[in-house]
Unconditional design. Structure first.
Length: 202
């Protein structure tokens, strides 16, 4: 049986599992910082604001997680001292400021009254089974925001399809400057709006 709960409500310390899942899900980007997974795990272990993450747990194991925050903020708190300690001074500081800029960047439609869905990750074995959708729907029922936005890319077709099934609708897209290098043509922005009598569950 799969249980959806706020990460801060978990009895056991799940930061290690969340960190490994985070690294697995964003390896294509994080490997640019370091190919040493142990170093990455040390850097990101304390970055998760546990009250801002919901996780899917099956048989005591975290199989998926989703972060949320006010659209002008982030569900991660980066510690530059951890970056310097584990990646070295120059690489650590450079990595810290690049990620801080990325995680706090201005996206279309963002404001304090709107929630933001971010860092959607599911284990490889559980992908395609609707786990992320279950977590996101649960967030809708637990969080008071009436609107939620998220960012994805035009190349992430499975995610776009899944988000639209939940009820997200595209409201903007921005052309990627370095499309040839990144393989991404557009950043896609989607929004979910609750109705007046909506519990968030579709």
């Amino acid at each position: 049986m799969i249980e959806i709960k706020r990460a801060s409500d978990c009895v056991n310390d799940i930061r290690g599992e969340m960190t490994e899942l985070f690294i697995e899900g964003f390896w294509h980007l994080l490997q640019l910082l370091s190919k040493d997974r142990n170093k990455l795990k040390a850097v990101f272990y304390h970055t998760f604001l546990l009250d801002k993450f919901f996780v899917a747990v099956e048989n005591g194991k975290v199989i998926g997680m989703v972060g949320y925050a006010e659209s002008t903020k982030s569900s991660l708190h980066l510690d530059k001292h951890e970056f310097k300690k584990h990646l070295g001074f120059f690489k650590g500081m450079l990595s810290y400021y690049i990620l801080k800029k990325e995680f706090r960047k201005i996206i279309p439609g963002m404001k304090d009254s709107i929630g933001k869905i971010e860092f959607v990750v599911v284990t490889k074995e559980q992908r395609g089974k609707g786990i992320a959708a279950k977590i996101i729907r649960h967030i809708f029922t637990e969080v008071e925001y009436q609107e939620f936005i998220l960012e994805t890319t035009d190349t992430n077709i499975p995610a776009i399809t899944a988000y639209k099934k939940i009820g997200f609708k595209e409201y903007d897209r921005l052309k990627q400057k370095y499309a040839k290098q990144s393989g991404i043509n557009y950043f896609i922005y989607l929004k979910y709006t609750k109705s007046t009598n909506d519990t968030g569950v579709i």
